[in-house]
Design a protein around this ligand. Structure first.
Ligand SMILES: Cc1cc2nc3c(=O)[nH]c(=O)nc-3n(C[C@H](O)[C@H](O)[C@H](O)COP(=O)(O)O)c2cc1C
Length: 184
């Protein structure tokens, strides 16, 4: 059965390095036979989460995105690390999604990656996101896809320059396709 994937990026900055990695992972998933939907969080605008907004002002985007998470076999999140954590955009998105009731974190297997300007490859941001998602019930692919420094990380076609990084992406794609639960 064909697996489905949703890919998104925790940076909506023009020229985002994480977006380049997201595109590469997406391409590798397609090559593995996965049906992939790429989305931009810029198209799912949500105000800064405040519990008071929930009753009357939950953004429609939160429900729509939660349903997409619930329907996908694989969710790939590639996000920069800000101050050793996840970006405000990603934290805010997860906060809104965590209040939805579509089983949004309990169906897909999640792959988490980061590109950072520093040599540690956003590993702290990855661990932060993994910690939160696993608390919400997500099944996480084991590969820690940290890439850095960003300045030398990709060639002009958006392919990772280091064989080790390409190998990590390949490993993550294997895990994502192997562990995804399909129609279960
Ligand atoms: C507010 C802020 C905090 C940051 N904190 C970190 C950090 O803790 N560790 C790190 O490696 N890079 C940090 N960076 C640098 C990012 O890795 C770098 O800007 C990266 O290119 C952002 O990803 P993008 O190109 O996908 O937007 C920070 C950048 C910003 C704007």
């Amino acid at each position: 059965m064909t697996r489905t994937a949703l890919t998104l990026c925790g940076s909506i900055r023009t020229g985002s390095q994480n977006e380049i990695l997201r595109r590469y992972v997406s391409l590798k998933l397609r090559e593995a036979g996965v049906s992939v939907e790429d989305i931009s969080l810029g198209d799912y605008a949500m105000p800064v989460f405040n519990e008071e907004l929930e009753a009357d002002h939950t953004p429609e985007a939160a429900g729509l995105l939660a349903q997409k998470f619930a329907a996908a076999d694989i969710v790939v999140v590639i996000s920069p690390e800000y101050n050793a954590g996840a970006t405000p955009l990603l934290v805010n998105t997860i906060a809104w999604l965590s209040r939805q009731k579509h089983g949004q974190f309990r169906h897909a297997v999640f792959g988490i990656g980061a590109v950072s300007s520093g040599k540690y490859g956003g590993i702290n941001g990855i661990l932060h996101a993994r910690d939160t998602l696993s608390k919400l019930g997500a099944l996480l692919a084991p590969t820690l896809l940290g890439v850095g420094p960003a300045a030398q990380a990709f060639d002009a076609d958006g392919v990772p320059t280091e064989p080790a990084v390409r190998g990590k992406v390949e490993q993550m794609v294997k895990e994502l396709t192997h562990f995804s639960r399909g129609g279960l």
